[in-house]
Design a protein around this ligand. Structure first.
Ligand SMILES: Nc1ncnc2c1ncn2[C@@H]1O[C@H](COP(=O)(O)OP(=O)(O)OP(=O)(O)O)[C@@H](O)[C@H]1O
Ligand SMILES: [Mg+2]
Length: 403
């Protein structure tokens, strides 16, 4: 939910794109008035800015005004539709001709409106959009994406991601998926003792549409009911997976799952950036060593440069590796309050990793207890874990035994 400069809470943004260098046909006031009822804000931009804005604003609805160059509009719509099949795209044109209408619809426009915009026509299109949104499950509040990033290697990021997901799924009974974005060295499957058949690489090699059914085929189900979107088994497959594949995967997972926990690699690349952009919370895991604190500061600065609001970043400190910096000094140097502290617990962490199962029963002051408390904090106390989602997935995996 965004608060769009004023006090009205908006549930999303309608991005309205006009041809670069053209003024656009008339006022967008009717648009603003029409979308208010649907709890949407309107943001106007040029064609060139649109793809980047969709990425950072996470919007489900865009409008493309057709200018003098109708082909440019159709090409933009086609590109958006191919990349984000779930996106609703309104085209708007002052040419009522059937041939243009057909071109725009074939390119992937959901609806074609006439310019100048009329309130009745807009209203009708928005009602249709909100019905589709309800059906897609987004109206049940889309799932929460949490990305774990170790500010340097070996701090326990994967241990944290796996156990957070296990806690969300197990204790909070929320449909949860884990995504392994450590594409070259991903070990989440090993942590869970799974041998996946498919991976994120399938998205890169897809020849047809990448929709929720396709995505379901790339997931591996843990006997507990937790789902994993694994890293490729072959190292060389990693290169094919870029920003777009991860963005599409996370958007689709968001509709199916209440929580999506993403583990990332120690080096930051396109796929991790896509995850940061799509995340509701980014858990930056640091130790209290001097290099650790410096690395954490660099990550926070990178997220600033990506225009990711600092409120979305949670600083987690681990004592897995001892360090001399105090919590207060670390917070000051990094520019974030410490959200949660994890104890050093070699026995639990090592035991779980090698047993291929999430941490054993929590012991007092142990790692499992600390991660459990963190999961509860993240889910919000008395978390609304909501009605189960992922019906499609449950149907597709019914032949497997439930625990
Ligand atoms: N809180 C902890 N206390 C002690 N040891 C821990 C703790 N958390 C993780 N470990 C251990 O540290 C090692 C690295 O853990 P893990 O693989 O989770 O880290 P990572 O940050 O994902 O590493 P990488 O950068 O290689 O992906 C493992 O041996 C793990 O058991
Ligand atoms: Mg790891």
């Amino acid at each position: 939910m965004t608060t769009n400069g004023n006090t009205t809470p908006e549930e999303g943004t309608l991005l309205w794109a006009r041809p670069d260098g053209e003024g656009g046909a008339g006022s967008i006031e009717p648009l603003r008035a029409a979308v208010r009822e649907f709890k949407l804000a309107v943001h106007c931009c040029g064609y060139a800015e649109l793809p980047e804005l969709i990425r950072t604003r996470r919007c489900e609805l865009v409008g493309v005004e057709v200018g003098a160059d109708a082909e440019a509009a159709a090409a933009l719509i086609k590109r958006l539709h191919e990349r984000l099949p779930a996106l609703t795209i309104f085209a708007a044109s002052d040419d009522p001709g059937v041939s243009l209408l057909r071109t725009l619809l074939e390119a992937g426009a959901t609806d074609v409106l006439s310019l100048p915009l009329g309130s009745q026509e807009l209203h009708k299109a928005l009602i249709k959009f909100s019905q589709v949104r309800t059906k897609a499950g987004a109206a049940q509040a889309a799932g929460t994406v949490l990305t774990v990033v170790g500010v340097r290697g070996g701090l326990g990021a994967t241990t944290l991601a796996v156990n957070l997901a296990a806690r969300f799924h197990g204790t909070l009974e929320a449909e949860t998926a884990l995504v392994d974005l450590d594409l070259q060295r991903g070990d989440v499957a090993a942590f869970l003792n799974l041998t996946p058949v498919n991976s994120l690489a399938a998205l890169a090699n897809a020849t047809g549409p990448v929709d929720e059914i396709f995505l379901a085929g790339t997931l591996t189900r843990h006997p507990s009911g937790l789902f994993l979107l694994p890293a490729p088994s072959e190292i060389e497959e990693a290169d094919a997976i870029g920003h777009n594949e991860v963005e599409v995967a996370l958007r689709l997972l968001r509709v199916q799952f209440r929580f999506i926990v993403v583990d990332t690699a120690r080096t930051i690349s396109g796929p991790s950036l896509a995850a940061f952009e799509q995340s509701d919370r980014i858990l930056a895991l640091t130790d209290l060593s001097v290099p650790g604190v410096r690395a954490a500061r660099r990550i926070v600065e990178l997220l600033d440069r990506l225009s990711i609001p600092r409120e979305r970043v949670d600083l987690i400190v681990t004592h897995a590796i001892p360090g001399p910096v105090s919590l207060a000094d670390a917070a000051r140097a990094i520019g974030k309050e410490v959200f949660h502290v994890l104890p050093r617990d070699e026995q639990a962490a090592g035991g779980a990793m090698n047993a291929g199962s999430p941490l054993a029963a929590p012991r007092e002051a142990g790692l499992a207890t600390a991660i459990g408390e963190l999961a509860d904090k993240l889910a919000g106390r008395g978390a609304t874990t909501k009605a189960k989602r992922g019906h499609l997935l449950q149907r597709m995996f019914t032949r497997e035994t439930r625990p």
